[in-house]
Design a protein around this ligand. Sequence first.
Ligand code: MG
Length: 458
Amino acid sequence: MIHVKLFGTAGIRGPINEKVTADLALKVGKSLGTYIREGRVTVARDARTSSIMLENALVSGLLSTGVEVVELGLIPTPALAWSTKQLGDAGVMITASHNPPTDNGIKVFNGEGIEFYLEQEEELERIIFSGEYKRAAWDEIKNIRRRDIIDDYIDAVLDFVNHETRLKVLLDEANGAGSVVAPYLLREMGAKVITINAHPDGHFPGRKPEPRYENIAYLGPLVKELGVNLAIAQDGDADRIAVFDEKGNYVDEDTLIALFAKLYVEEHGGGTVVTSINTGSRIDKVVEDGGGKVYRVPLGQPHDGIKRYNAIFAAEPWKLIHPKFGLWIDSFVTMGLLIKLIDESGKSLSELVKEIPTYYLIKKNVKCPEEYKKVVLDMAQHELQKALRDEIKEVLTISGFRFNLIDGSWVLVRPSGTEPKIRVVVEGVTEKRKEELFKLAYEIVSKAVGRLKQSGQV
Ligand code: MG
């Protein structure tokens, strides 16, 4: 039997009616019901044109195994995760997050609201490929319950954030699922909210669903024109958040993480912060200054890190987790706490950003055939270690390799998980340092690829 991998780093995702089909959703439903054997599964969806189709197929599959289904309708992913912890033994979100409108996907959560671990996804795949599904007897088939949890979720976030504000906020929801939560949440907090792209529409007529700077640059001038204190932009399923300050400047994603890391460490008088391998030294600097410690984990595995290191805060770029509220990425808690942070500091967001140290980042890819990747990484690590030997403070090898240097600069060389490329990322404490380290690392990696190609090795 051909075993095609269904789950990637963010669940199942791909073009609708090609990779992601109603048939596949039915199988995932049957497989998940078989896996948990009994209990309740919460199901929700984003605003995509294909989400209802996939949801219905998935729910049929779940019901055929005898589990109970709670349908939550169109809500953001963090609200599904929270609801699963309250109501379910597992949860499913139909979403392709920030992908184009032509895609969709399926993300599975456990009863704590944590995305399924790799082993759990592999078990779902195994059941699908074996075809050994549980089949409920006629009198064991359960009903669907429908619940509107939006108000309860907003109340939970309000309780946790515990703050009233008078700030003016510009909110760009990308016509995604965040439209049904963010404006209401912020208004409940007292904020004056101006929305754009804030009605759900699976065609994403306003802008692309990914809130990377190029897609939302227009918010900068709007911030100034409207005189707001900050702008917040979200992705299609609203777990991600991007921010502009009151001057219309985009807040770099590492800086946003550093702001919260600093806040948590100061509140706790220390503690551990978990972040991914691709984030910068400004986070280490503020955490160490506050008496805390940073641990880095592979992309997509912050939950493991939180448990292992008992972290008070965890984040990947744009994806912030507040463990005291829940072990999922929660953009709504993030926006509430960010407003609280601005108010309580008595400063503007741009002033807060200025307190975070600036470093200089560059990233570029080197093309590298899949079969050369491992050897290239080994060669490059060896040579770069030789070249930098007296400057290295710490070597991390959880995904490719990363050299943290004594002066706070760092070099990361890691294989792309999805493309025939090796990523070279350098952050320097000065512009000049960035340039010289990047030139060194990029040349070493390019030469290693060239040498292998020439010799026809591997
Ligand atoms: Mg997302």
